[in-house]
Write a protein that binds this ligand. Structure first.
Ligand code: CO
Length: 132
């Protein structure tokens, strides 16, 4: 198990990418648009994990709402799991507030689900299961 990525909400991918690229030497792969979540996503590999920069693509995007309410910053932490349904079931049984009852499609064809910050210490938690 590991931190799959740390999601950071930004107003502009182009602007936000510059210091990671120019000062840290991190290279983003292709920018991916995730229609379901209303975001454009740039993933920056950092050792075993990644930084995920998120730019909203529409006004009803959850990331747009986050930026309006709180400004740019850490939006979520994503943990890789082997079986996302089983993990969701455990959160459900523990009485956690689930944002997604069933897995959604995430960046790169992964399957993802979010747990509400109020159930996990105040930071939105994303579960990620990668395809094999
Ligand atoms: Co994410």
């Amino acid at each position: 198990m590991k931190i799959d990525h740390i999601g950071i909400a930004v107003e502009s991918l182009d602007q936000a990418l510059a210091p990671y690229r120019d000062c840290l030497g991190l290279e983003a792969g292709d920018v991916d648009e995730v229609e379901d979540q209303g975001v454009r996503v740039a993933m920056l590999p950092v050792g075993e994990t990644r930084i995920e920069l998120l730019e909203p693509t529409r006004d009803d995007s959850p990331v747009r709402k986050f930026l309006t309410r709180r400004g740019p910053g850490i939006h979520h932490i994503a943990v890789e799991v082997d079986n996302i349904e089983e993990t969701l079931d455990r959160f459900r049984a523990a009485g956690a507030r689930l944002i997604n009852d069933t897995p959604q499609t995430g960046a790169g064809g992964s399957r993802i689900a979010f747990i509400h910050p109020s159930s996990v210490g105040g930071v939105l938690l994303e579960l990620v299961q990668h395809g094999r």
